[in-house]
Design a protein around this ligand. Structure first.
Ligand SMILES: Nc1ncnc2c1ncn2[C@@H]1O[C@H](COP(=O)(O)OP(=O)(O)OP(=O)(O)O)[C@@H](O)[C@H]1O
Ligand SMILES: [Mg+2]
Length: 172
């Protein structure tokens, strides 16, 4: 039996409506420490919407979310990154006029809360891990789709989250 204290993220009855569309309908989920969970379903099934709810990027219509035993249902997106939940969105989002390095550095500084020197180290390690080590100085807006997906993942990883939510990260 799994001990309740090992549950990191708990979702109860999560529902998201867009007008008449019920994109996510009453989802219950317990995510435990060390667990990897895959979410599969056809196009339009609601996978991205559920991940956006978990990341607090959409306001929830019904239901509740708790993280490490704390109610985060109405938490602001930037606060949940600091709390330890990071999403790599299906459609990459970056600061197009900042370099790849600076995009990831911002996550290390303001997501992970690292001091400058540690943040620089985290940034370099993460860029190497995702295969962007040689593109640190490139403007993010100049990257092709695959590299933008890599950058999206790097930003999430550099925030040093306890829960990482990669959405269709390998699709192109
Ligand atoms: N911002 C929005 N406004 C209105 N409808 C939306 C919005 N976002 C998603 N939807 C609708 O919600 C449903 C679920 O979409 P979602 O993107 O979550 O599916 P998905 O499972 O991630 O699909 P895919 O495999 O194509 O990525 C779809 O019917 C979609 O059109
Ligand atoms: Mg999707």
């Amino acid at each position: 039996m799994t001990r309740p204290e090992t549950v990191l993220l708990q979702v109860q009855g999560a529902t998201k409506r867009f007008g008449a569309i019920r994109a996510v309908d009453g989802v219950d989920l317990d995510l435990r420490i060390g667990e990897s969970v895959g979410l599969i379903g056809p196009n339009g099934a609601g996978k991205s919407t559920l991940l956006a709810l978990l990341a607090c990027d959409h306001s929830i219509s019904d239901g509740s979310l708790s993280f490490e035993g704390r109610d985060v249902t109405r938490m602001a997106p930037h606060a949940r990154v600091v709390a330890g939940i990071a999403r790599a969105a299906q459609i990459p989002q970056c600061f197009a006029r900042l370099s790849v390095h600076d995009n990831v550095l911002l996550s290390a500084l303001f997501g992970a809360g690292l001091h400058r020197q540690d943040a620089e180290g985290c940034c370099a390690d993460t860029l190497r891990q995702v295969g962007l080590g040689d593109k640190a100085g490139t403007m993010a807006g100049a990257l092709g789709l695959l590299d933008r997906k890599r950058l999206e993942l790097a930003k999430a990883v550099a925030a040093r989250p306890r829960v990482l939510l990669p959405d269709d990260i390998a699709a192109h």
